[in-house]
Design a protein around this ligand. Structure first.
Ligand code: SF4
Length: 265
């Protein structure tokens, strides 16, 4: 049997709700359902990925929005759900435009070489520590040859901005950081950069050796506790929180007696 591979989202699901982990990763039940927030995020990601892959210096904002519109329409499907019933679909579409406007102003406008340091987009990484396999997908990897330095980039369309202190030991980008250390053996410290696209805010940190060790130990500890838990056939209990509103597995969840009331759009 192939060994389990631990992604950040797998670890995060276990942390948030073991019942959901059980449904997704033990029973392997997956649905095409998607929340509008996740749909919006995937459209914005695809636009930015396209810009860095095409490497067109002459791109302007109108063309970016045309592209966003095409991607939004092409990706739209019948299993998109709206949780906050006070909001309308066009508000999410407009939020996508706003995210891209912020990104364009800060990174592309008046910067025809915005892509010059980019080495990869949507880079799949895998590595092993202490016999445990981890994997992830990096939104964008840059290499600044003047400074001989890698920068791991991540785009967020979500509301919450990470503090600098938390960013130093963040497990998602921390997992990517370890992957880049293993793959390229950089001689200079690697930078981590988040783009909080709604606000046009960027957070850039450079984790130190003790932060890296902390991240490594935390990832190992979390993966081991999932393995132990699964091997002992412990019961995967439900953890009902606000996050249930965004969960598509109410019909499978042993704590719920109805369908998620989110509206299919
Ligand atoms: S509905 Fe809530 S408790 Fe049930 S699996 Fe989903 S997140 Fe867990």
């Amino acid at each position: 049997m192939p060994k389990d591979k631990f992604s950040f989202s797998k670890i995060n699901t276990f942390n948030n709700c073991r019942e959901q982990y059980y449904i997704n990763y033990i029973l392997n039940i997956r649905k095409p359902n998607e929340n509008i927030e996740a749909f919006l995020g995937s459209c914005v990601h695809e636009v930015i990925e396209f810009l860095y892959q095409e490497k067109k210096s002459e791109i302007n904002f109108d063309k970016i929005i045309d592209l966003f519109d095409k991607i939004w329409k092409k990706k739209w499907h019948n299993d998109i759900y709206l949780i906050d019933k006070r909001r309308k679909v066009y508000q999410y579409y407009n939020l996508g435009v706003e995210c891209l406007r912020n990104f364009f102003r800060k990174n592309i406008q008046n910067n025809p070489n915005f892509f010059s340091n980019t080495t990869d987009c949507e880079l799949s990484v895998e590595f092993e520590i202490e016999g445990i396999n981890f994997r992830g997908i990096i939104d964008r990897l840059d290499f600044d040859s003047d400074k001989n330095q890698y920068i791991i980039n991540d785009y967020k369309t979500s509301k919450r901005i990470i503090s600098n202190k938390k960013a130093m030991r963040d497990l998602q980008l921390g997992l990517y950081l370890i992957a880049i250390h293993k793959k390229y053996k950089p001689t200079n410290p690697v930078n981590l950069r988040w783009y909080f696209l709604r606000y046009g805010v960027e957070i850039l940190v450079q984790p130190k050796l003790d932060d890296q060790n902390y991240i490594k130990q935390k990832l190992i500890q979390k993966a081991k506790s999932i393995i132990d838990y699964s091997n002992k056939n412990e019961s995967f209990y439900a953890n009902e929180t606000i996050l249930c509103n965004w969960c598509h597995y109410w019909e499978e969840c042993r704590a719920k007696t109805s369908k998620n009331p989110a509206r299919r759009i």
